[in-house]
Design a protein around this ligand. Sequence first.
Ligand SMILES: [Zn+2]
Length: 85
Amino acid sequence: MIQICDKDHRDDPMFIVLPISQAHGDGRHKCAGCAYDQGLIDGTQGLEPNFRPDDLNWSQAGVVRHKSALAGYMMGYVDGLRTIV
Ligand SMILES: [Zn+2]
């Protein structure tokens, strides 16, 4: 179920580096932390990158607010790949 994200990763400083983005294709208003988790799972499983913003929680607070969820996904994806190479 898609809801407003209330996970601790909202305030994780590792997401400070992510670019601000309001572009719809970048997952506008979606949680970049949840996007990271999605990418991490895909990367760890060796899947092709497949950003799915419709599956992510909404973001309204914390470090991840207005951050590019797509960039969060790719950060997680690459971290996931590193676990299997
Ligand atoms: Zn989240």
